[in-house]
Design a protein around this ligand. Structure first.
Ligand code: NAD
Ligand code: 44H
Length: 383
């Protein structure tokens, strides 16, 4: 069995690669970072250190590595004969890997079992986004026979993998918790062999619970922590005012998840409490810069803040804590992040009403619009 994985970064090596290796796949990492690919290609193993109460170390072997920027033909050839292709490159990068997958599907022997394609990004239905990009590159689009050679399935991946220490080499330190939910419907009877993943009939409750609890709470910790001058996530959560804001945000998203997916409130409360502990994992060194990265993506329409806030407002439920988190997101100005300059430029050039519509996707008439515009306007006070 062979799996090709795009994105040999934190989650690629520390989660997807490890799980596919443990499932028995030969791995081919594809990435555009030449130094990383050269290091992987020159090595025969790396280690994943899981830290927390259930610490463990795993060794990943049986992999190869290819530079998808300079050796696209080789990556196409690998995918054409693979069983699985996964991505962990970031949702905004999917459009760049799609042409490679499209070429591979066109080249794939139609007699082979279909390729399982799964995007492991933090976004609702990321695989659908990838599929749309692949289709747009295929001759004949939706009518292309090459589409019959693949099965596309959405997934929700959860494991906190911070940026690694500069001297860590290829080894990755990760939290001990992990969860990988994959929608089973698209596969029919031919579900891929991945014992550490669980296949679910409907992904929406899983991805929304994950994105609107783990990622909403995580980003709230990062943005309020950044405003308070915290340098790690654990430090941020140790500030009582930040902790209170994170808890308040998670109570708001809990109300949505309980109302929308009929989760048991006590179970959801236990889930959010567990996540507060995960964010403060003392063995993990994570930063507001990483967790808050790409603020424009994070305040977009279907993402971790505006997504739940819009649905809460539509149901007449409170959104104040989510909007206070958005206000801190608007103040995020990490120099390492190109999106913060873009954010500042949009804040200074767009009227708040236009910002709400263009950046957050909330138009006049939506029940969140007035409060969101007020939030955007209030950021002026800090400039
Ligand atoms: N780190 C986490 O805790 C975590 C957890 C769950 C999900 N995710 C998701 O996984 C994705 C990756 O996150 P990460 O933290 O591993 O980021 P990362 O920056 O560590 O890794 C991304 C990798 O993608 C590579 N890449 C960029 N453009 C590429 C291209 N065109 N082709 C091939 N590779 C390319 C980069 O060189 C990098 O090695 C994101 O969507 C993120 O939301 C991350
Ligand atoms: O990867 P992002 O930028 O969407 O979000 C940053 C973190 O919240 C995220 O990477 C978490 O660590 C991860 O989603 C945990 O499963």
């Amino acid at each position: 069995m062979k799996a090709v994985h795009f994105g040999a970064g934190n989650i690629g090596r520390g989660f997807v690669g490890l799980i596919l290796h443990d499932a028995g796949y030969e791995l081919v990492f594809a990435d555009v970072n030449a130094g990383l690919i050269d290091a992987l290609a020159a090595s025969t193993s790396y280690q994943v250190h899981a830290v927390g109460e259930n610490a463990s170390t795993s060794t990943v072997t049986n992999y190869r590595a290819l530079n998808s920027g300079t050796d696209e033909d080789a990556v196409v050839a690998e995918i054409a004969t693979a069983d699985i292709v996964t991505t962990a490159v970031g949702p905004t990068i999917l459009k760049f890997v799609a042409p490679v997958i499209a070429r591979a599907l066109a080249a794939r022997d139609a007699a082979l079992p279909p390729l399982a394609v799964m995007a492991c990004e933090n976004a609702i239905n990321a695989t659908d986004l990838l599929r749309a990009e692949v289709v747009s590159r295929l001759d004949g689009g939706e009518g292309s026979p090459a589409l019959d050679r693949a099965v596309f399935a959405n997934t929700a991946v959860d494991r906190i993998v911070p940026n690694q220490a500069p001297d860590a080499g290829l080894d990755v330190t990760v939290e001990d918790f992990f969860e990988w939910a994959i929608e089973e419907g698209p596969f029919g009877a031919a579900v891929p062999v991945i014992p550490d993943a669980h296949f679910v009939p409907e992904l929406a409750p899983y991805i929304e619970r994950k994105l609107f609890t783990v990622n909403t709470g995580h980003a709230t910790t990062a943005y309020h922590g950044w405003v308070e001058g915290a340098t790690t996530l654990a430090d941020a959560l140790s500030i009582p005012e930040v902790f209170a804001e994170v808890k308040a945000v998670l109570e708001e998203t809990k109300a949505l998840l309980v109302a929308k997916h009929e989760f048991d409130p006590a179970t959801q409360e236990a889930y959010l409490e567990k996540n507060l502990v995960r964010f403060a994992n003392p063995y993990l060194s994570d930063t507001p810069e990483r967790v808050g990265r790409q603020p424009l993506r994070k305040i977009s329409r279907h993402e971790r803040f505006i997504g739940p806030a819009a649905e809460l407002a539509e149901r007449g439920l409170p959104t104040e804590a989510l909007l206070r988190a958005v206000r801190s997101a608007l103040r995020f100005d990490a120099p390492s992040d190109p999106q913060t300059a873009e954010l500042a430029e949009k804040l200074s050039t767009l009227p708040p009403e236009a910002f709400a519509e263009e950046v957050c996707g909330i138009a006049p008439g939506h029940p969140l619009f007035a409060a969101l515009v007020g939030t955007i306007r209030s950021v002026d006070a800090f400039r």
